[in-house]
Design a protein around this ligand. Structure first.
Ligand code: DGI
Ligand code: FE
Ligand code: FE
Ligand code: FE
Length: 187
């Protein structure tokens, strides 16, 4: 797999700031992969493509969700969460990626899911802590990410859910399930 081909294709899909975010996610994910024992090359591939569909239209994303038989309940939630599962389908169909762990890491980068692999957690966390992020509480998660992958991912999930609740946004059920499972595992 030629990473330059993936980078150039991704660059064409994204606004410049979003492409810069992607490059920072790549660097952060590679670092986290080395720290926590995931495959750095897979982390790089998943990170390059993770936001590939970020600026697709509601219509185009809906079409892919239906054609690829992705969970239909996605359509009842915020459009912002659709680019992740659709991104995994695009990675498979347009870039021929067959590695399920890479595809799953793209798929779960926004809401997470229960029983995430190390690679999935690495990509999820890299997306949250890349140096351009300024969420409230992100520095605490960056600190945790030096030490413990699971604890850091749990804190990122908690922060995201609490933020969305404060905005009166509905939380996709998989996000709650992911948070609860990790919490149970760590208690
Ligand atoms: O694509 P990015 O901006 O890099 O980050 P992301 O894919 O992690 O998150 C995209 C957006 O999705 C972000 O604004 C938060 C939102 N989001 C995450 N989980 C949920 C959610 N929105 C709703 N409504 N429900 C969720 O469970
Ligand atoms: Fe995203
Ligand atoms: Fe995220
Ligand atoms: Fe992202």
């Amino acid at each position: 797999m030629d990473l330059d081909v993936l980078l150039q294709a991704t660059k064409k899909q994204l606004k410049p700031e979003r492409y810069e975010h992607t490059l920072r996610v790549v660097d952060t994910a590679v670092e986290l992969a080395k720290r926590f024992g995931a495959d750095p090359f897979k982390a790089e591939v998943a990170s390059i493509l993770h936001d590939y569909c970020k600026f697709w239209s509601r219509e185009q994303l809906t079409e892919w969700i239906k054609r690829c038989q992705l969970p239909p309940d996605l359509l009842q939630y915020h459009k912002e969460i659709w680019h992740a599962p659709v991104g995994a389908e695009v990675a498979r169909e347009e870039f021929g990626i067959v590695d399920e762990d890479i595809l799953q890491s793209i798929r779960s980068h926004t809401v997470g899911r229960p029983s995430m692999s190390i690679l999935e957690k690495v990509v999820y966390l890299a997306d949250y802590i890349e140096p351009g992020r300024k969420f409230p509480g992100v520095d605490e998660v960056r600190r945790l990410a030096e030490i413990d992958l699971d604890v850091a991912v749990l804190q990122a999930m908690e922060n995201t859910i609490l933020f969305l609740q404060s905005q009166k946004q509905p939380i996709y059920p998989l996000a709650i399930a992911a948070r609860d499972e990790l919490k149970r595992m760590l208690s």
